[in-house]
Write a protein that binds this ligand. Structure first.
Ligand SMILES: [Zn+2]
Length: 369
């Protein structure tokens, strides 16, 4: 069996070993240590990285990975699971999205790979920020060992579980073929995870890059390392729902079956369900308010809506309707995540919707300047 060494943890055939990566020295004398669990079967097989909680208030994945990696699982396992229940321990402790030591999205700090543009004038690039250093270290382990990767998130308080299909960028014709193969595997993984997860492509290609999704963990693993990977969003953050955890544990085992790491029959997920759209979706912040006001939503997470349907009521603080008093959608689609605040300002989104994706998953790299 392949020996895997991450931080102070070493794989051992037929065993689960536990330890830490020393990720960052803290100014107060202790360290930010990222927990690592390496579970290795007795038979050869791929190495699957399972990660969670890069956003510290997204809790479901921590519980899923705790429940998943057991002695029973290892008995039947072919290959190795590297489980990282929290990629961001300081944020988990503080119950917030970003690490204690960098007030920025930690899931946009991974290496740029082929997207890097040499920029002589940008001195900052010579000095990676603290969590960028942590991200570089984590990435080096993926580069060395990973065959597959799943990253578990939660979108927001009022959201439905869905999977994100990252865009895959290619450079030239030969690379296009490789990118298409990779896209097939990505789709295979998303389908295997199932759980009724809606398949949602991320934003359109240009916006994907503007938002630095290629520097998210699964985006970088997929686009820069060319390792099959995807992100799943398991509904509400900040709370734990036992049915979502139980269903997602089964879904993750189904994913291991897809990778040839378990022989047992596929499990049916009965704990929760979400709609399965007949077309692939992409995300859009929509509808938006055109005035400030107080909103009351008229739809729920996961709901299918049609163009012209009222999504929210909007009133002034006295409760009197503003304009016609409702905000409508201009698209057919599904409500993915709803605003969890009552107040709204002009141009702000009331929801994130999934609407029909008209772009390809595999798309050309933007030209180098
Ligand atoms: Zn997240």
């Amino acid at each position: 069996m392949k020996t895997i060494k991450i931080g102070n943890v070493k794989s051992e055939s037929g065993k689960i070993n536990y330890g830490f990566i020393d990720a960052m020295d803290l100014p107060t004398g202790t360290k930010d240590r990222i927990p690592v669990v390496i579970a290795q079967g007795k038979n050869e097989g791929p190495t699957f990285f399972l990660t969670a909680n890069i956003h510290g208030n997204e809790l479901t994945g921590v519980a899923v990975l705790h429940e998943l990696v057991t002695e029973d699982l290892v008995k039947d396992l072919k290959g190795t699971i590297v489980s990282i229940p929290t990629l961001n321990p300081t944020a988990l402790r503080l119950y917030q999205r970003h690490p204690e030591y960098q007030d920025e999205d930690p899931n946009r700090q991974f290496p740029e790979g082929p997207f890097a543009r040499p920029d002589e004038d940008d001195e900052d690039k010579k000095y990676p920020k603290p969590f960028e250093q942590v991200a570089n270290l984590l990435y080096s382990y993926f580069k060395k060992y990973a065959d597959y990767h799943l990253d578990i998130h939660n979108h927001s308080l009022r959201s439905v579980p869905y999977s994100i299909i990252d865009r895959i960028f290619y450079d030239g014709d030969d690379d296009k073929k490789e990118a298409e193969e990779l896209a097939k595997k990505q789709l295979g993984m998303v389908e295997a995870f199932g759980a009724g997860a809606m398949m949602t492509a991320d934003f359109p290609p240009k916006k994907y890059l503007n938002l630095k999704y290629h520097r998210s963990l699964s985006g970088a693993v997929l686009n820069s390392l060319r390792i099959p990977a995807f992100t799943v969003e398991l509904g509400s953050n900040s709370v734990l729902y036992p049915e979502i955890i139980a269903g997602a544990v089964k879904a993750t085992r189904n994913l291991l079956r897809w990778a040839g790491m378990l022989n047992s029959p596929k499990e049916k997920i009965t704990e929760y369900s979400v709609p399965i759209p007949e077309y692939r979706l992409r995300r859009i912040e929509h509808p938006r308010a055109n005035q400030s006001g107080i909103i009351k939503l008229l739809v729920g997470p996961g709901e299918k809506v049609t163009k012209g349907q009222a999504i929210a009521k909007i009133t002034d603080i006295h409760g009197r309707p503003i304009g016609e008093g409702i905000i409508k959608t201009e698209y057919d689609g599904y409500m993915i995540a709803l605003r969890d605040q009552m107040t709204i300002y002009p141009n702000m989104g009331i929801a994130e919707m999934g609407i029909r994706d008209v772009d390809e998953i595999v798309v050309p790299m933007p030209p180098k300047k």
